[in-house]
Structures are given as C-alpha cells and as structure tokens.
Design a protein around this ligand. Sequence first.
Ligand code: PEP
Ligand code: MN
Length: 337
Amino acid sequence: MLIIMGLDAPRDRIEKVKAKIISFGCTPHEIPGSTKLAIGITGPTNILKEEEFRLLPSVQDVVRVTKKYKLVSRMMKQDDTIINVNGTSIGGKELLLIAGPCSVESKDQIFEIAGSLKELGIKFLRGGAYKPRSSPYAFQGLKEKGLEYLADVKKEFGLNIVTELLNTETIDAVSEVADIIQIGARNMQNFTLLEQAGKTGKPIMLKRGMSATIEDLLLSAEYIVSQNNYNIILCERGIRTFETATRNTLDLNAVPVLKKETHLPVIVDPSHGIGMWENVPNMAMASIAAGADGLMIEAHNSPEDALSDGYQSLKPKKLKTLLEKLRQLAPIMEREI
Ligand code: PEP
Ligand code: MN
C-alpha cells in the first residue's frame, strides 16, 4: 500500500501516518518524488484499512500496490532513481559505461587495461577478484590479491571499481574497494547475501539470474531495498533458452519492461549475453536502442591469453570503435555519453 501526501506536508503529519503504519506491525518507507511524497508500506498490509489512512490530515490518496514487488515498482515512485557514484549520475540522461576484464589476472594486466580504458574516457572499471565459475577446476580469481590490485589501480587512475561479491565472508573486503558491488547471476537469489550487501549502503549492480524471470529479478532487488538501500542498478545479462548457438539469449525485451515496471536504472551486459566478441558491439547498440541506461562490456588487451571469458572480450581498439558508434546513437535516444 502507498500513502500519497503533498511535498509540503508538515513533518508531524508525516510522522503520524508512519506511527499508524507501525502500530499495525508494518514498516513505512518514505519515498520523496518530484511532485508528491509517497509512503510505501511493507509487511502484513492486508490488515490495513484504506479509509483509516484517508482520514488523516495531509493524506491525498491511498493506493494498493498490486504487484508482488513493492518498493522497486514505478507505482511506488514515478521518478527515475538516479544514483550518484563519485560525481557520476547513473540512471539519468548520461549513459553508464563499465568496461574491463572478466577477472583480475595480474597487476600488469589490470593496470594495462585500466590505462587503455582511461584513455577512452571510461570511468568505471570492472574486474572480478572472486570468480563464480561453473567448474571447480577453472580459474577462481586472485581473491584478496585481486582486490589489492583493484585498490592500487583505483588509486593510480582514479577509476570507479565494479567487482563481484560472492559471499558474506568477504563483504567488508569487497565493499572497501568496490564503488559498485556486483551481485552475479548465480547469486541473484542468494537472499542472505542480498540483504547483507544492501546493508552496506553501497551501490549494487544486480545481474539477472540465468533462469530468472523479470519478476524474480525485481523481487531480488526488493530484498536490497528492504534494507533501505535504493542504490541498485539492474543488469540484463542473457538467460538460458533452448538456443545453443550463443552462450545465452540476451533478453532485450527485459529492458523496456523493466523501465516500465521499476524506477531503478537498467543496464545490459552484451558480453555474457551473446558470448562472442564480434557480436558484442551490435548487441551493445541494440541495448541502448532498447532504452538501457548503460552497458557493461568485457574488455582485455590480449583476450587470447585471458584466464576467463577471453572469447567474449573486446580489445580496446574495438571498444573505441563501439564508443564512436554509441556517441552517434546516444542523441537519437535522447541520451549523453
Ligand atoms: C561476470 O560479470 O564476469 C559474471 C560472472 O557474470 P554473470 O554473473 O552474469 O555470469
Ligand atoms: Mn565474465
């Protein structure tokens, strides 16, 4: 349920509404918009009576939220959520560009790619220190050493770091280095991890699980928001279908659907989505044309030597060509790069 009040509603009246919500064992969430103040309610809302709230002073409307997801829904908050990461706005007009290798492999490797990306004007460097691999025999990441190299590269180049959080044990170490914490596809429904990551207050990029519906993804985001952390970027990265010609099936339908259903920023990872570098640029363009707020692209200076996902990684030169094309597409989509 959603209580709508004017932005000029006096504080004591807002508190009165919140106290009433709490008295029913529910939780109020203040969500200020550009024209109205919404108070979202989670918990056993079926016991609430709409009329009782309508009678309270400064309450303009009471709306039942019929979707399973509540706080992340457009119904709760009509304005786009804009996340500020060290001065860069995510979810606004400017497109978010995250690039970098699948894994941090060595100090030289991450410094080399960071230098190339910095030259291209990219402000967000991705790289996994802890890697969730389908096979236990595959490279599992450099772990603490990888985080150390990410901290060093951040200091050297002033890039924002996006890196994956695999488990609750490493939450302090990862959140110390990460400007955006990545929750990977395999952990999208690790609800304890989502709650703990939410509690850090850090921006979180939540990747869609490979067999997750759009509703599942939004419900997972709801776990993070329930910790009062609205700094969430959703990432479409391809789903499993009967098709085997590509690594995954990049579900670009999800982009306009998500943009309609939620106020959270939505980006696309075409690298994991299609799994072959030569097709990544076209799928990246298609993602922006579909209305995405940004992209995450795997990039490597020598993909042939990469310890993970080299086949889907772009060399900086190819990434540069893609950026030139994206710069032409951006104004058509009323976006900026
Ligand atoms: C990754 O970004 O390298 C990754 C492991 O992604 P996903 O969780 O989408 O498979
Ligand atoms: Mn990868």
